[in-house]
Ligand binder design. Sequence first.
Ligand code: WT7
Length: 570
Amino acid sequence: MDMQPIPAREGNHNMKDYKEVYEQFQWDSVKSQFSWSETGKVNIAYEAIDRHADNPDKKDQTALIYSAPNREEKLTFEDLKFKSNQFANVLKKYNVNKGDRVFLFMHRSPEFYAAFLGILKTGAIAGPLFEAFMEQAVRDRLEDSEASMLVTTPELLDRVPVDELPNLKQIVIVGDVPENGDYIDYYKEMDQASKDFDIEWVDLEDGMLLHYTSGSTGKPKGVYHVHNAMLQHYQTGKWVLDLKEDDTYWCTADPGWVTGTSYGIFAPWLNGVTNVIRGGRFSPDDWYGTLDKYNVTVWYSAPTAFRKLVSAGEEVASKHDLSSLRHVLSVGEPLNPEVITWGTKALNLRIHDTWWMTETGGMMICNYPAMDIRPGSMGKPFPGTEAAIVDNDGNELPPNRMGNLALKKGWPSMMRAVWKNPGKYESYFLGDWYVSGDSAYMDEDGYFWFQGRLDDVINTSGERVGPFEVESKLIEHEAVAEAGVIGKPDPERGEIIKAFITLNDGYEESDELLEDIRQFVKKGLSAHAAPREIEIKDTIPKTRSGKIMRRLLKSWELGLPTGDTSTLEE
Ligand code: WT7
C-alpha cells in the first residue's frame, strides 16, 4: 500500500529539525549535562532517581504510578530513592558485590522497581526475567549468568530449580515466605534496612544489565549492557519520546524485555517524568481505561496492541476520554500503514514507529515528532548513529536495494558482550558494521523500510522466539521424534509459532495428543513459545549435515517455490 506522507504537526517538540540536529549532534554534549562528566564515575540509578529526589522542587513529584486490578500506588522520586536504598542495603547485608548477577523473576510491582534500582546502586548486574517463563527458561538463564541471588514471589518459586543451580546462593521472597527453606524475607528486611546508602560509583563501561534473547540456533544468549547506555536512554527519551518534565508517560512493555527497562525505567526517569506501570496483559478496555484514568500524555506500545484496538472498534474507544494523549509510539514489529491510518482517525494522532533490538539497547531508527512520517517506514537513524544497508561482505548498497540492515558500531547503548560467549558477540560484526539480522532498504530520502528477518527468529506479538529452543523442548515430549519450527504470518500477532513434528513409533495423531504436546511446551518454556499450530509429518526436511531446513518448511506452509534444495538430505 502506497500512502501519502503524514506531515509533522505543529508543536513545541524537543527536536525541532531532524536534518540539522543529525548533522551537528555529538554525544559529548549529552555527557556534559550530568555531574559525572567531571568525575567519570557514575551510577545510572542515581541519575534516574536520586538526582531528582535530591532536588527540592522535584522530590515530591510522582515518579511511579502503579496500577493493577487490585492495587494502586503512587511513589515519588524521594520514595523511590529511599526504597531502592533500602533494598541496596539488604543486598549488602547478604554480601552482594559489584559485578555479581542478581536476577528478578516476578511480575511488575513497586517492589520490583525498588529492587531493580537497588541492585544497580550496589554496582551489581540486574537480570530481569519475564514472569511467564517456566522452569526450563528460568534454569537456562540462571545457569548461564551464574546468578548468585534471585528476587521472586512464592507463586513463582516452584519454577526455580533451586537444587540444580549451584551458584544461586540466596533467594529473596516478595510475599509469604515458605517455611521449609532458607529464604530472605523482602518485607521484613526492607523494614529493618536504612534509607541511607552509599552508592557504588562505577565506570561508564561497567555492567548494569543482562537481557536474554533468542537467536535461531542454541540457547538464549545474555546480552550485556553497561551504565554508559544512559546517554542513549536519556537522549532518545528527549527527541523520540519527546518527554517533558510534566509528562505522564506509559510504556506497556514488561521489564523482562528490553523495551520495559530501556523505555519502561531508564528513559522516563532519566528525563524526570511520571511513569505509569500497569501489570499484566490487557484488553482494549484496559488500554483505553489506563490512558484515560491517568491522563497519559506519551504512550509507547506495540503493533500487536494497536491491532487489537483496531479490531475492538470505535465503540470501545468512544467510552473513554483520550484527549490528554499527545504523542504515540510503536516498537517490536512492523507497524502496518493501516494501523497508522487508524491512529490518525481514532486517536487523532500519528503513530511513530521506532526500530531497535535487545542488542542495540536503545532506539536506533525512528520517526521523530517534527519529521514527516512515511507510513510503513521505520524512519531515520538517531543523531549520533549511522545506519546503512550492506551486502554480505559489509559493502554499503545504494538506495532502494534490499540487504542487511547495519549500524556503524560504537553508539552508547550498544551491547558490550554476549555473556561468556565472545564468539557469538564477534559474529554480529562485519568490519565496522553491526549487522542486525533484519533485511531492509533505504529510500532516496534516507527513510528505512523493514522487509523481514534474515534468520529464522520468530516474532510473535512482538516477542522474539528462537525456533531451536522450541524444537528442543518439543522433542523432549515422549511422543515426538523430530521437530521443525517456523513463524507463520498472522494478521493480529504478526507471526504465530507453527511446529512440524514426526511421532515416535506407537503414537497416533489425535487432538488430545497435539494439545498435550502444546501444553508440554507451554509448561516447559512459556506460553508465548508454545506452538499454536502443530502438524504431523512423516519426515522433517534436513540438510545433509543434519540441520533442519526451516526455510523449506516455511515455503511448504505458504505454498511458495521451494528454492534451492540441493543440500537436502536424500
Ligand atoms: C527484532 C528485535 C527492542 C524492541 C523490542 C524487540 C523486530 C523491532 C521493529 C520495527 C519491524 C521490528 C526486528 C528486530 N523489530 N522493531 N519497528 N519494525 N521490526 O526487541 O526482542 O530484541 O527484537 O524485532 O526484527 O530485529 P527484540
